[in-house]
Every structure is written in C-alpha cells, then in structure tokens.
Design a protein around this ligand. Sequence first.
Ligand code: SAH
Ligand code: SF4
Ligand code: F3S
Length: 482
Amino acid sequence: MFGNVDFDSIDITQEPPEEEPARQYYFIAKCRKYVKEESERLGRPLFAVVRTFGCQMNAKDSEKLAGILEAAGYDMIDSEEANFVLYNTCTVRDNANQRVYGRLGVLNGIKRKNPGMKIALCGCMMQEEAVIEKLKKSYRFVDLIFGTHNIYKFAELLYMALEDHGMIIDIWKDTDKIVEDLPARRKFSFKSGVNIMFGCNNFCSYCIVPYVRGRERSRNPKDIIREIEALAAGGVVEVMLLGQNVNSYGKNLEEPVSFAELLREVEKIEGIKRIRFMTSHPKDLSDELIEVMKNSTKICRHLHLPLQSGSTKILTAMNRKYTKEQYLALAEKIRREIPDISITTDIIVGFPGETPEDVEETIDVVKKVEYDNAFTFIYSKRAGTPAAGMKEQVPEEAVKEGFDKLLFVVQETAKKRAALLKGQVMEALVEEKNEQDETLMTGRLSNNILVHFKGDDTLLGKLVKVRLEECHGFYYMGTMTD
Ligand code: SAH
Ligand code: SF4
Ligand code: F3S
C-alpha cells in the first residue's frame, strides 16, 4: 500500500514506468527533486494550497491532491500567498462558477507580485468546453488545467507544470479507470471520507454531474475494505462512504454486490465506530438497506434523502423516477422502522414549468416528512442539460416568494425536530475547538446535529456522552457527562 513507498529511492534517471500507480510515484519523486532544489535556492520551504469549491466528493479529491503536493515536498498552508495554488472547482450551480472567476481575479493580482507562482485549476467546472474557452481567452496566467477523469495523474501534470512555462491543458472526456493507492492528506485524523463509486448514470434533467463526472463506476469492495481497515489502524473512528447515488453501488461490478452488503462488511471492521454515507437516491433505496441500518450499531442515525420537488409533475420532468406519494411512503417506512433517525434533504425551487401550486406540494412534503434539515436551492440553468432546453424557464424574481415561504417552513420544522432532543444524553464525536469560544469543543451526534460543550483539545477524535441542554435551532449547548 502507499504508506510504504520511499519516493527518494525511486530511480528518476530511468524512463517513467507505464503502469499505475508506479508511474505517479515516479513523478512524485521527480517533483521532490525540483521542490528540494528550489527551496534550497530560496532558503525556505515551498508552500502550496488546495481550495475546495464543491461537494464531499470534491473535498475528498482535494485531500488526494494535497496528498500529492505534500509527498512532492510542499508545505501545505491555508493562504493564497503560496508557490502553488490549486482550485478544485464545482459547476453544479452557476454561483459555484462565479466564485471561481472572482477568486481568479484576486489570484492574478497576487501572481503579478510573485511571478514564480503557479496556478492550477481542476474539478468539475473544467469538464465544460465553454469554461476552457473562456480560460484560454481571458485567464492566460493559469498554468495548469485538468479535469475530473485524469486527477489520478496529478503528480505527472504537476511535474510538467513545474518544468514548463505557459498554459498546460489536459481534459479527458471520460474514463473507466480507477487508480488505487495514491497518497492523501486528510483534514481530520479521526474521520475520513471513502469513495465507493464515481460518476452518475441518473441524468436528472437539471443536473450537470453525469456530464462532468462520467459514467457510474463502483470500486471493488475488497479495495474499499482494505482502505477502511488501514484508516482504522491509523486511528480513524468514523467513515463517510461517498457516491452520487450510493444505493446503486456495486450493480455493475463483475461480481455484483449491494450497498447493504457492503455496509455489513464495513460494520465488521474493528476500530470503526461510526459509518455515514452520502447520497441516497430515493428510487434505489432498498428494504435491505433499511434493515441493515436498523440492526446496525455503527451506522449513524442520519439519512440524506434528496426530494428535489414535492410535485409529481415536476419530479417527472426532473427525471427523478418517483412520485410524491412514493417518496412519502418511503419516508414514512424509514421513520417507522428507525424512529430515532434524522432525515435531511435537498430541494430545488424554480425548475422550468414550476408553478406556486407545485411549490405548495413541496411544502406539503416538508410538513409531512418533518425534515431534520434541508438544503434549498434556486434552480440554476446548466448548459447541455435537458432542463436548460425546456421552454417554461421561471424568472429568478418569480421564484423568490416561493423560495422564502419554503425556507421558512424548512427552518420551523428543523427547529421543532431538534427541540425534541432536549434533556437527552447522547454520544458525540468531538471534532474541533469552537471558533468563537476557546473553552468550548464541538461534537457531532449520530444524527448529524452539532453540540458545543466545555472541554479541551485532549478530547479531539473521542466519542463522549453529552447532555443536550439548550437548543439553538440547528445546534445544542450541552455538558459532558463522563
Ligand atoms: N447526487 C446527489 C446530488 C448531487 S448535487 C443526489 O442525487 O442527491 C447536490 C444538490 O444540488 C442536488 O441534490 C440538487 O438539489 C442540487 N442541484 C443539482 N443541480 C442543480 C441545478 N441545476 N440547480 C439548482 N440546484 C441543483
Ligand atoms: Fe445529479 Fe441526479 Fe446524479 Fe444526483 S442522481 S448527481 S442529482 S444526476
Ligand atoms: Fe459540484 Fe462536481 Fe460535486 S459539480 S457538487 S463538485 S460532483
């Protein structure tokens, strides 16, 4: 496995190997030489930063990219005043793109003062041709651009960018390749995301993800288990299994495995105390999964079950493949089987053709399911998706009223749900020191609610019992009881 690789013993005078991951190890070794010489010349370390703009999968990719930079000899920092700046972009909604363009303007100013600085862009936004055209035309100061399918060869691309001058662009249309055993630099020592699948085959009509992340590919269960065992051995107690639609995990493997079966295997791993996963598509959520969750002592009492809309007419146009009634029946079954579960969701307002009556249907579902939390988004038109070509686009001003009304109900429902826990003693994983008050630590309950309580750094990464005393809407103030 990667942990044993000694990069400095790799012979970089030879031609690079063809096979992976050996080829990337070779280029890490090449980069190390460059970074070492450069930092000797400057008399200080070289600094690098990776910024994440997207979802948990994007964040997981960033950890892999940072792992390569660290292995190459960079000191990772949290500032753009770095020798190497990498933006891992998202394009799920237009505002994600706008944030990147805005930040690039600032980076250009920093680079003018530090001409040796390298700027790289990767991630979902780079898979769009129009973006690449715009960058080629108006953002010539960017040194390296690559996409989501060739992220595994970042070490090789990094080496090219360090040796070369001018803009390097390497974007692939798709891939069926999964490269294992590359380094990663994890944000937390005690919890970690674990990819179980890549890409998406669902083609919800508003969504760009299938176009920028490619077809669904599941990792081999043995590789997943091996990775989690290694994480557990290194002190990780909580894993978050990641995929755009984890419920269809394993269906296309040579020896098909269901997501529920995978969960059973993960449950057996010693040292792992909590298991989370994201995201579940309602159309594929099986009874087998509910059963496994119900009987598990490790799977967290939290299910993120994106609704998108409560109107069957809109759901059909969205290509979600379930009706309002089917969704409600599913949510009811889950609440009945696992009463202490928290259910959260994603909702889009302003999809083409949506009327105020459709928004009322969505509000009706929120009231019936009583979500513990919901992310609400205003529909963003994504070029190339079927919804972008639909006639009845709703102007953003017209969406505002329905959006605000929905948000109000979402917040009231979430507050009401959270308040039910008052007075209970629950287990929390201590994740960080509170930013505002140094005497407080922040923990996460199994149901994903945060609790702040008096404590110190020695508690980080531990599971502790906390009495939930004061409910502040989405979080609690509490006291540790042991
Ligand atoms: N695979 C996950 C979602 C990934 S995108 C799933 O199927 O649930 C995360 C969320 O962004 C989606 O659930 C959806 O609510 C939102 N989203 C996706 N495309 C969008 C668009 N074009 N406009 C607004 N919100 C969008
Ligand atoms: Fe997008 Fe739908 Fe795939 Fe989720 S399931 S990533 S919303 S296409
Ligand atoms: Fe964004 Fe890509 Fe995730 S588009 S939401 S970063 S899969």
